[in-house]
Design a protein around this ligand. Structure first.
Ligand SMILES: Cc1cc2nc3c(=O)[nH]c(=O)nc-3n(C[C@H](O)[C@H](O)[C@H](O)COP(=O)(O)OP(=O)(O)OC[C@H]3O[C@@H](n4cnc5c(N)ncnc54)[C@H](O)[C@@H]3O)c2cc1C
Length: 162
């Protein structure tokens, strides 16, 4: 944990799983394009990420369906690290979404919830209907939610890692 007095600090929760993701064009399953996610200790992701053929072979070996992969449209190799800020707001500055927390999944969903939590409070304070102290509840409410979401996500990620 990197605390900085009075300011925002990033907290790296966990070193995440390495993932190769991308879109492929295919025929045979009623769809012409799908996004794939490849991860797992038994896969040589460095090698797979460099070869369209290896991506096709790996996908074919993992799913019991007859498909023909035609083309990798795009592909990216990344590490799904988990991180979050130590607070969601300081004075007139607020963070939400990926600026406040990050992991592979649920970032969009939880980012929208951040914005919803903050939005109506900003509107009431701006209109003079609520006291400024209402804005302090944004950080107080979102920190535990995001922290728990990341913990649950990490447990789920560990459970599906093979
Ligand atoms: C492979 C993958 C799969 C995912 N799957 C899911 C999922 O299933 N469900 C889910 O809920 N989430 C998922 N996510 C996460 C989700 O995509 C992100 O959490 C979400 O898009 C973050 O939205 P955001 O608006 O916070 O940030 P961003 O989408 O990153 O938006 C930030 C914007 O700010 C702009 N910007 C940056 N710097 C500046 C600057 N200096 N000035 C002006 N503009 C700037 C950027 O260009 C960008 O447009 C996934 C992410 C990945 C990578």
């Amino acid at each position: 944990m990197n605390e900085t007095e009075g300011g925002f600090a990033g907290i790296v929760c966990k070193d995440g799983t390495r993932v190769v993701t991308g879109d492929i064009r295919l025929t045979g399953v009623g769809l012409d394009r799908v996004q794939f996610f490849l991860f797992g200790r038994e896969l040589d992701l460095t090698k797979i990420a460099q070869s369209e053929e290896l991506v096709f072979e790996t996908i074919a070996s993992l799913i019991p369906t007859e498909i023909t992969s035609n083309k990798v449209v795009w592909m990216s190799d990344f590490r799904a690290n988990m991180r979050m800020v130590n607070k969601f707001g300081e004075g007139r500055v607020f963070v939400a979404g990926d600026a406040a927390h990050g992991w592979l999944g649920m970032g969009l969903d939880s980012g929208v919830q951040d914005a919803f939590n903050l939005g109506w409070k900003l509107a009431l304070v701006e209109k003079g209907i609520a006291n400024k102290s209402l804005l302090e509840t944004y950080s107080a409410e979102r920190l535990p939610v995001i922290s728990e979401m990341l913990e649950v996500s990490h447990a789920a990620q560990d459970a599906i890692k093979v």
